[in-house]
Ligand binder design. Sequence first.
Ligand SMILES: [Zn+2]
Length: 64
Amino acid sequence: MGKELKCPSCKKPTSWQDNPFRPFCGERCKLVDLGKWADGSYAVAAEPAPSVLPEEGQGEEYLN
Ligand SMILES: [Zn+2]
């Protein structure tokens, strides 16, 4: 049995050994702790960007 600890972020029990994200249970919790989710840099990438492009054909009117 290896060392066990609770993840400081989600409080789930996790193992100390062979855990590159210790003392967290995983990459997600480590990022949460670092605040990378707070500024949205990580979360935004997982979501499709809202469509802000002009509709097709709209740009051509301005060219003429
Ligand atoms: Zn966790």
